[in-house]
Design a protein around this ligand. Structure first.
Ligand code: 8YV
Length: 325
């Protein structure tokens, strides 16, 4: 009898991709709405040959030990890899794949949405109309005054695939300039829009919009701290579509509350989900959406197909389509 490889899926994913995986593997899906608890995870991974994981699930030594030495491949349903101990996977010859490229457009569209929504104070506007405040305030000519995007300086933190796609879309608004920061300046071929490379501090100083689209690891955790927000313009808008961990959220709260910066639009927070009692949600100038960057009809299906293709490749000993290392 032939052995069917065993796969654990940590959270449900689009049906077509999972069905295909199920044809080749003995598949266990954690069907609940929420990510598995640590206990459910440690139990679920036992004896698995492959794991289909999401960013909400941390894959560290304890999880790899619990899985056992037969574990061959981990496919994450994300471009971000911050939840996986990649060094240990390498050391143990466990292959790891992610989903770069296929979610670039969806995530860039969301970043542009957050830029527009925060600049035009959309959430406050909608609430004012619904709560009947419109009729009492509109004679004040500057009530709900928004921010013009044309003529502004846009600063991108991480001009990778997603950062570039954001910059290209915002360029259509007629910006004064686009600047970026990152580990090193990009070669001209990787920067078709001719963005200007600046140090982190200089970007904070010059930008009207600071947009974070980089990957996050130990090296850039909490770089948006009190000191960073102090360097930004009081009118500036902070947009984050990467990971909450790049921000000291208490410092962000203080900066928004005191007017050190103008507004924030966040797709990512610490923790996720953000509890409704979080102080950030009491601020009129902070817009939070529930990590929907890649959440479009077409993108999520393609992401799932790519995870499945990677897992099957890994199980069959073929090279991965989109390896993490
Ligand atoms: C999530 C993401 O993977 O790609 C990433 O890094 O954070 C998102 O696309 C998605 O929300 C599924 O959990």
């Amino acid at each position: 009898t032939s052995y069917l490889p065993r796969v654990f899926v940590t959270r449900s994913a689009p049906a077509a991709g999972l069905a295909r995986l199920g044809q080749h593997c003995h598949m266990t899906v954690h069907e609940k709405e929420n990510a598995p608890t640590r206990e459910e995870l440690l139990q679920g991974v036992r004896g698995m040959d492959a794991l289909f994981v999401h960013p909400s699930t941390r894959i560290d030594k304890e999880v790899l030990d619990a899985a056992g030495p037969q574990l061959k491949v981990i496919g994450t349903y994300s471009v971000g890899l911050d939840h996986i101990d990649l060094d240990l996977c390498k050391e143990r010859s466990i292959k790891v794949s992610h989903t770069p490229g296929v979610l670039t457009t969806a995530t860039a569209e969301l970043a542009v949405t957050l830029v527009l929504a925060t600049a035009k104070r959309l959430e406050e506007c909608i609430r004012a109309v619904k709560e009947g405040v419109w009729g009492t305030r509109w004679e004040n000519a500057l009530w709900l005054v928004g921010k013009q995007i044309s003529g502004s300086v846009v600063g991108i933190v991480g001009l990778g695939r997603i950062g570039l796609a954001i910059a290209e879309r915002l360029a259509a608004f007629g910006l004064s300039k686009i600047v970026y920061t990152g580990r090193a300046p990009k070669p001209e071929s990787a920067d078709p829009i001719g963005a200007e490379f600046l140090s982190f501090d200089e970007l904070l100083k010059q930008s009207d919009f600071v947009i974070v689209s980089c990957s996050v690891d130990e090296s850039n955790k909490n770089i948006f701290n009190t000191g960073a927000f102090k360097k930004m313009k009081p009118s500036s808008i902070f947009v984050n579509v990467s990971r909450g961990a790049i921000v000291d959220q208490k410092a962000l709260y203080e900066a928004l509350k005191s007017g050190q910066i103008g507004a924030a639009g966040l797709d990512v927070t610490t923790p996720e989900p953000l509890p409704p009692s979080d102080p950030l949600l009491t601020l009129p100038n902070c817009l939070v959406v529930p990590h929907i960057g890649s959440l479009t009809d077409s993108t999520r299906n393609i992401m799932c197909e790519l995870v499945v293709d990677n897992i099957l490749a890994g199980l069959e000993g073929r090279p991965l389509l989109s390896p993490a290392f």
